[in-house]
Ligand binder design. Structure first.
Ligand SMILES: NC(=O)c1ccc[n+]([C@@H]2O[C@H](COP(=O)([O-])OP(=O)(O)OC[C@H]3O[C@@H](n4cnc5c(N)ncnc54)[C@H](O)[C@@H]3O)[C@@H](O)[C@H]2O)c1
Length: 354
């Protein structure tokens, strides 16, 4: 976390994020947040934002945060620990107890990278189901103002092309026992639990479905497509494209994702699921590789390889592109970062950390 704070690019992102969320600052101040997966890619940006906002207000009105992570995939790093921020190593598969009041819970713990969820399939199922159940119970006990479950666009599986761009109404096309099922099905059931807690207990839950988030702070050895391309490019090795590279994705810069999440958290759209992503462009993996090579300061090639694992072969979704009109209508969210700009910032961060 300290290393992240010293990054010029991340510091600028956090300032921009605070400005983008200016209309919501009063929702933050004086509140206590509990964030699971706080040591992960998205969790860290959330914590840095809360920390940054505290620098501009009096101590009586500070934001407090309880940050939980077991670092199964996050870096074991020094997290912010001060009077307002408490970092607690905790596996959310076990229930978490505290005497402190909690206003908002963001359950972001998860095992999102296919390489890690194939290595830890049981833990992946459990964090999305058992972990979500514990967090819902805690939210109920604390009577929170709002609860976010970080679900995934993977709930749509391999969507029928007639449903791309995909809206929240689409039921999905997910293999129940396929190589991706431990992740996809746990997110689907996690959402079911959230919606039932809203219907039965009136718990103000919202479910967020991110679409391929990228940006500074992503774990370089995460193996997801962008960090993988950038890592290869920096080593001047050809960018490995699995198969023919015609599958498409839509990439969302981290600032846009985090802005969307907080807009949803502070909304009244209880019991609802939201796509959070950037629909433009829907880009094929081979076009993405070309774009990364164009943005590198030195020449790099691409190479087509056989998919190294079943998750990247026939079960790899062919297209991913969100319809975000629900999010835009309800929260006025609009993505701010074009793909090329976000990629430049991400590459600069990788260079900064090399
Ligand atoms: N980044 C994306 O593109 C993306 C896309 C779709 C969904 N999501 C979801 O958003 C959330 C955050 O994603 P991310 O990219 O920051 O992932 P990440 O892997 O970088 O971070 C997740 C964090 O959760 C922690 N964690 C996992 N299991 C845990 C457990 N049982 N107890 C405590 N901590 C645990 C990990 O150690 C890690 O630090 C995840 O739930 C993920 O499934 C992310």
């Amino acid at each position: 976390m300290k290393q992240l704070l010293s990054s010029k690019i991340i510091a600028e992102d956090i300032r921009n994020l605070a400005t983008a969320l200016q209309d919501y600052h009063d929702y933050f101040y004086g509140k206590t947040f509990l964030i699971t997966g706080a040591g992960g890619f998205l969790g860290k940006y959330m914590v840095l934002l809360l920390h940054h906002l505290n620098e501009y207000r009096s101590h009586q009105n500070s934001i407090r945060a309880i940050c939980l992570d077991n670092f199964i995939t996050g870096y074991k790093q020094e997290m912010i620990n001060d009077d307002n921020f408490e970092f607690i190593p905790h596996n959310v598969i076990e229930s978490y107890k505290t005497d402190k009041p909690i206003d908002y819970i963001i359950h972001a713990a998860g095992i999102a990278s296919p390489v890690y969820y194939t290595k830890f399939p049981i833990q992946t199922m459990d964090v999305g189901t058992v972990g979500t159940r514990h967090m819902l119970n805690l939210a109920k006990e604390k009577n929170v103002k709002s609860f976010i479950f970080m679900s995934s666009s993977e709930v749509y599986g391999d969507p029928d092309p007639a449903h791309v761009p995909t809206s929240e109404e689409y039921y999905g096309n997910v293999s129940i026992i396929g190589p991706r099922a431990c992740y996809d099905e746990s997110k689907r059931f996690g959402e079911t639990m959230c919606s039932v807690y809203w219907k039965v207990y009136g718990l103000p839950v919202k479910m967020v479905r991110p679409f391929n988030v990228y940006g500074p702070g992503i774990r370089p050895d995460d193996y997801r497509v962008l960090p993988n391309f950038i890592e290869h490019a920096l080593r001047k090795e050809p960018l490995p494209i699995h198969g023919n590279g015609i599958n498409t994705r839509s990439f969302c810069y981290i600032n846009d994702e985090i802005e969307g999440i907080f807009r949803i958290l502070f909304s009244e759209a209880n019991g609802e699921s939201f796509n959070v992503g950037n629909p433009t462009p829907e880009i094929s993996v081979k076009e993405l590789a070309r774009l990364v090579t164009k943005l590198m300061p030195h020449k790099v090639d691409v190479v087509y390889i056989d998919p190294p694992h079943a998750v990247y072969a026939s079960s790899d979704p062919k297209r991913r592109c969100p319809n975000i009109s629900k999010l835009t209508t309800i929260t006025k969210f609009k993505p701010r970062y074009a793909l090329e700009d976000g990629l430049r910032r991400t590459i600069d961060w990788f260079v900064e950390n090399n």
